[in-house]
Design a protein around this ligand. Sequence first.
Ligand SMILES: Nc1ncnc2c1ncn2[C@@H]1O[C@H](COP(=O)(O)OP(=O)(O)OP(=O)(O)O)[C@@H](O)[C@H]1O
Ligand SMILES: [Mg+2]
Length: 252
Amino acid sequence: MLELIGVDVTVSGLKILDGVTMKVPAGSITGLIGPNGAGKTTAFNVVCGFMRADTGTISFKDQPINRVKTHQLAKLGISRTLQAVGLFPALTVLENVMLGATSRTKAGILSDSLALPWVDKEQRDIREKSREMLRRLGLVDVVDAMPVELPYPTQKKVALARALVSEPDLLLLDEPAGGVGADDIRELATVLKALTPKVTVLLVEHHMELVMDVCDLIWVLDAGKIIASGTPAQIRANNEVLTAYLGEAEVL
Ligand SMILES: Nc1ncnc2c1ncn2[C@@H]1O[C@H](COP(=O)(O)OP(=O)(O)OP(=O)(O)O)[C@@H](O)[C@H]1O
Ligand SMILES: [Mg+2]
């Protein structure tokens, strides 16, 4: 579904990604892990078009997407949540989620402002779809809340609802479990497992228990390089991975 081949990223003369090659098989939950500062978010940003690779290829469904712009992602069938939650503070929960759905519809600003007949119907459909997604994620009670009124883990769920409502083929998640408690992480694991194989997931995550629980395949980044890949059991038993994580709080 997604493939990076020999991706280099240099920022201010510093090589942040160094020949990164990794694959995300269709229908899988694939993890990208590594210690703080390993380059995980940078790899994520390169796929999302926030940053450009100096060299290498990024392909999605066998098409190169090196030059993709972030606003084109939804149309391609890719959506994402960010390490920083990134909800629009002036919009309600429902409106935030509805925005996630509008990127794939035909109504645009022009037809909106002309109040063309299909716009009403489309808006109603989007509203219903967004409500349904919020219901699925246990967020019915906060539909009309403002993001700032919600605890951090709930904001993260809203961001996930916004990413899912466009019905992506590929969902990119950057640390969805960051700053979230054990119960919510268990719930997240259930949600992620239920998404596959229809949705392919790339999970950038620090929380080992979650990664080991849900991932079919794991890639390990350390100091900008892929040092290992394999099943959770293989990664757990990999000495190089254990060494990379020395000094970190997590226990593999
Ligand atoms: N725009 C930038 N300018 C300079 N340095 C950067 C930039 N973006 C990332 N870096 C550096 O690149 C390295 C990789 O950062 P990145 O955020 O990708 O790591 P990460 O694996 O996501 O870390 P974390 O687990 O803390 O989220 C770090 O040393 C970081 O300081
Ligand atoms: Mg990061």
